[in-house]
Design a protein around this ligand. Structure first.
Ligand SMILES: Cc1ncc(COP(=O)(O)O)c(C=O)c1O
Length: 301
């Protein structure tokens, strides 16, 4: 964030934090959501602070708050306590928050410190248990950038794929399938943002808008420009639920066992893939059969 803020300061830009899953995480001792000019948190699905849907916009800047309120309600610029004017003075949306999800989120907020501490404790327990597992990169969290325990990312060392001469994304997909066969569900992010159709076509609202009119029509979204982000897409497996409350030490032990089992058998996992790869490499290898579970495998629930 320091590097982003420095760029923003140089060019007179505002910084909007996408703090979607970061409720309670910190950066250099400050809570995420208080670092930029404003921030948004999500309350949907499986977030650490969950209301089922919706989210929260935060800022300490009155002008930004006023603008956000207007955008939330069709560009109607009246103060909230004055009711709606039904007169749009700018373009806006219908982003009102439903009362029921807000009530769930408020109840969840009362327990957030407790549930975050629980998730973080599990997170560290899992990382410690996986300390010596080969070809597995450790989960990332430092004193300057603390995790809120939302996700545990399992990430294969790219050097291993290179050593074995297999495409990184196919190796990761096989690891994902093998973990799933052990009852440990991890998800992959499939796309870089610029790979989405809307950016590739540069046509969001028809007739090339907004790119054709004011958003740098010449901007180039050809892939290959973001190798580090691509590397994350190709290696990261996101675990969201299994290490979080109400699970505790026993479930963490089972989860660690499943991950260890898969990562200590990567060569076995790769054999069928090596057989199917044409000499010059392929993006279309057959799906791998799942790694067989041993009869005494203690599956996670
Ligand atoms: C980084 C990030 N930002 C924003 C969102 C969107 O959140 P919402 O669906 O609440 O708008 C997500 C989805 O979880 C996300 O991962």
């Amino acid at each position: 964030m320091d590097a982003i803020q420095a760029i923003a300061d140089r060019h007179g830009l505002a910084v909007i934090e996408d703090a979607c899953q970061a409720h309670g995480a910190t950066y250099h001792g400050r809570k995420v959501g208080t670092l930029g000019d404003c921030a948004a948190f999500s309350f949907n699905q499986n977030k650490s602070l969950c209301g089922g849907e919706g989210g929260m916009f935060v800022t300490d800047n009155d002008a930004v708050l006023e603008r956000a309120r207007a955008v939330m309600s069709f560009g109607d610029m009246r103060p909230v306590d004055a009711g709606r004017a039904y007169h749009a003075l700018g373009l806006g949306y219908k982003y009102g928050h439903g009362n029921l999800p807000a009530a769930f989120a408020l109840a969840s907020l009362r327990r957030l410190d407790e549930t975050n501490a629980w998730a973080v404790d599990n997170w560290h327990r899992l990382r410690d248990a996986l300390d010596d597992v080969p070809h597995l990169l450790p989960g990332f969290s430092t004193a300057e950038r603390t995790s809120n325990g939302y996700a545990y990312v399992v990430r294969v060392d790219p050097a291993y794929a290179q050593e074995r001469g297999v495409p990184l994304d196919q190796l990761t997909e096989r690891i994902r399938a093998a973990l799933a066969a052990e009852g440990a569900d991890f998800a992959r992010a499939r796309w870089l943002l610029p790979a989405h159709g809307v950016f590739q076509a540069k046509d969001a609202f028809g007739n090339g808008a907004p790119w054709a009119h004011y958003a740098r029509p010449e901007i180039d979204y050809s892939l290959g420009q973001w190798p580090r982000a691509q590397d994350c897409i190709d290696t990261c497996l996101w675990g969201i639920n299994l290490h979080r409350p109400p699970n505790g030490p026993r479930q963490i032990e089972l989860l660690a066992n499943a991950i260890r089992k898969v990562f200590t058998q990567l060569d076995t996992l790769l054999n069928p893939l090596l057989d199917t790869l044409p000499k010059e490499g392929s993006q279309n290898a057959e799906p791998l059969p799942a790694l067989a579970c041993s009869p005494d495998t203690d599956r996670l629930s």
